[in-house]
Ligand binder design. Structure first.
Ligand code: C2E
Ligand code: MG
Ligand code: MG
Length: 561
């Protein structure tokens, strides 16, 4: 038992302590508290005595009070921990608590001294910010970027998707800094940081490495390298376009551009150091190529994107300069009489000569250039149909035109075809549109509606490359088709590969069943033709009967028969 004097002395100590000292009983109720504890929480002394710890310690869930107290009591000697207190006005603040379980007057009590550590936490946050963020732009700094890159590499290993690192450097930043001063330079850096953030998706990282060097890290790109490269290039181009800008910097207007070096990354081989070096090397190449450009580290990727860009520019020019031409390939019946022609697009390139559609149609589709190009093909073919209408043998021929998915799904496709037929005066009954299987399956209802409308005007439909897709019979039955075209890959080995022979036979039988005509494409030998004929196929197309040829040649070819 404490003597009266002793207890007064300890009250005096309690009164003047700067820490929030309080003594709790075994149930967490306050027996005694210092003035500073009351001040800390904003309660009067009279209110505090008898309060439960759950009323101010915000980290204690009332249901777990028993366990919390047991832990504090069982912890021998003096220990410290951090928690959050709630003051009377509801505001929260961080405290460090010194905990000391004691026996007092035969009673188990807990002596706690709490210290407000808000200021210390804030300082710690600031230090962390300084350690991981660039104070000027508030972007992650090199250290944080490296940390994220490490995680990105690990997750790329798990999900098999490519990521990309884009090093971005402002062109002639040094000149701006030297002539207008660092304050103006800083303004530009801040502006650039904002612009960069607007170019990427949430989840992509934008960081500042130092000076005028920024990094964008893209994650979760394609599993396929060329696609990942194309994506990274698109983002790179967007960044170049966004940064290529007149900036108002205080009283100055400044035009700035940037250069970008790109490297792709996946799981294996490359270390973080390698990647940084690669992107840096690519950046130097971009700088060397002149300002406002981007370069890939991987030579193959560079080659892919360069070739693609050249091809795309070439396609645009070809459309302007009318470098496209239609070739005509004969389609014949069982008696080798020409019944029509498939028009096949050719690009007469001024340097490269004839370029195959297999090379440029996919790009034309991806860029949307297929729309004007496809329009031109249809229009030219229809004009030809109209011109042949009064020309003896030519008058009875049908003309088959290939239509690509993007073209077919354009909302104006049906109207376009009808308008072309109207303007050229071509007989719709002589026009055959070739669609591919994969195209048809995507939006089946829309497809059926479009086909039905066009068919009502007389246009007919052939299913190209049949057998290479995954048409289900249920779908096939619903489509208003006129013809199936056995893909040339089956015809090629029809004599040597029993699978291909079986597929060819099945397609012919299927056509019969559904009431559709069947034509075989890619017929090169009489033996192939004979096999198909034996199995009841009555229409052919292929080198055996005629190669695709320019119009005049085709007209002579038909005239001689
Ligand atoms: P496709 O519609 O399946 O055209 C048949 C392809 O087979 C043509 O290739 C033709 O030249 C070739 N061919 C014809 N007979 C034989 C033969 O006996 N043996 C062999 N080995 N090949 C033969 P081409 O002209 O290179 O066209 C390739 C593809 O490009 C076409 O395949 C078509 O999908 C596309 N295409 C061509 N012109 C156009 C067009 O105007 N618009 C659209 N969207 N695509 C087109
Ligand atoms: Mg075709
Ligand atoms: Mg085909």
């Amino acid at each position: 038992m404490l003597t009266k004097k002793a207890s007064e002395r300890s009250r005096l100590l309690l009164l003047n302590a700067s820490d929030g000292i309080h003594i709790l009983d075994g149930k967490g109720v306050i027996l005694e508290a210092s003035d500073s504890f009351c001040r800390m929480l904003g309660y009067a002394r009279a209110e505090v005595i008898g309060m439960s710890i759950t009323q101010w310690d915000a980290n204690i869930v009332p249901d777990e009070l028993g366990q919390v107290l047991a832990r504090r009591i069982d912890r021998p000697g003096i220990s410290t921990f951090e928690t959050r207190y709630r003051s009377k006005d509801g505001s929260l603040f961080e405290v460090e608590v010194t905990n000391h379980p004691l026996q007092l007057d035969d009673q188990q009590v807990i002596y706690n001294a709490a210290r407000d550590i808000t200021a210390r936490k804030k300082a710690e946050d600031e230090i962390r910010n300084l350690a991981f963020y660039d104070p000027l732009t508030r972007l992650p700094n090199r250290r944080l970027l490296l940390d994220r890159l490490k995680q990105a590499l690990a997750s790329s290993t798990r999900n098999g998707r490519y990521g990309a690192l884009l090093f971005i450097d402002l062109d002639d930043f040094k000149t701006l800094n030297d002539t207008l001063g660092h304050d103006i330079g800083d303004l530009l850096l801040q502006r650039v940081a904002e612009h960069l953030a607007s170019c990427v998706r949430e989840g992509d990282s934008v960081a500042r490495l130092g000076a005028d060097e920024f990094v964008v890290m893209l994650e979760y790109l394609s599993e396929h390298e060329p696609e990942a490269a194309a994506h990274a290039e698109t983002v790179g181009e967007k960044i170049l376009a966004t940064l290529n800008h007149n900036y108002q910097l205080a009283d100055y207007e400044h035009h700035s551009t940037a250069s970008i070096g790109i490297t792709l990354f996946t799981d294996h081989h490359d270390t973080i150091d390698d990647l940084l070096k690669q992107a840096d090397l690519a950046l130097h190449q971009a700088k060397a190529a002149g300002r406002n450009s981007l370069r890939f580290f991987e030579p193959e990727m560079q080659a892919v994107v360069t070739a693609r860009a050249a091809l795309e520019a070439g396609l645009r020019e070809a459309l302007r300069k009318a470098q496209f031409q239609l070739y005509y390939q004969a389609q014949v019946d069982g008696e080798s009489r020409v019944t029509g022609a498939e028009v096949l697009l050719r690009w007469q390139h001024p340097q490269r000569g004839m370029v195959s559609p297999a090379e440029f149609i996919p790009l034309a589709e991806a860029t949307g250039l297929i729309l004007p190009l496809g329009h031109w093909v249809l229009e030219t073919a229809c004009r030809q149909l109209a011109a042949w209408a009064g020309c003896g043998k030519m008058a009875d021929l049908t003309v088959a035109v290939n239509v690509s998915a993007r073209q077919f799904y354009h909302k104006d496709f049906v109207a376009d075809v009808l308008a072309i037929l109207d303007q050229t005066g071509a007989n719709p009954k002589r026009l055959k549109l070739e669609l591919t299987e994969s195209l048809l399956l995507d939006h089946i209802e829309d497809t059926i509606a479009k086909m039905t409308t066009l068919r009502a005007s007389g246009v007919c439909f052939s299913l190209d490359d049949f057998g290479t897709g995954y048409s289900s019979l249920a779908y096939l039955k619903r489509l208003p088709l006129d013809q199936l075209k056995i893909d040339q890959s089956f015809v090629r080995d029809v004599l040597t590969d029993s699978n291909d022979a079986a597929i060819a036979r099945t397609v012919i039988a299927l056509g019969k069943n559904l009431g559709l005509a069947v034509i075989a494409e890619g017929v090169e030998s009489a033996a192939q033709r004979d096999f198909l004929a034996e199995n009841d196929c009555a229409a052919y197309q292929g080198y055996l009967f005629g190669r695709p040829m320019p119009r005049v040649e085709f007209e002579n070819f038909v005239a001689q028969l």
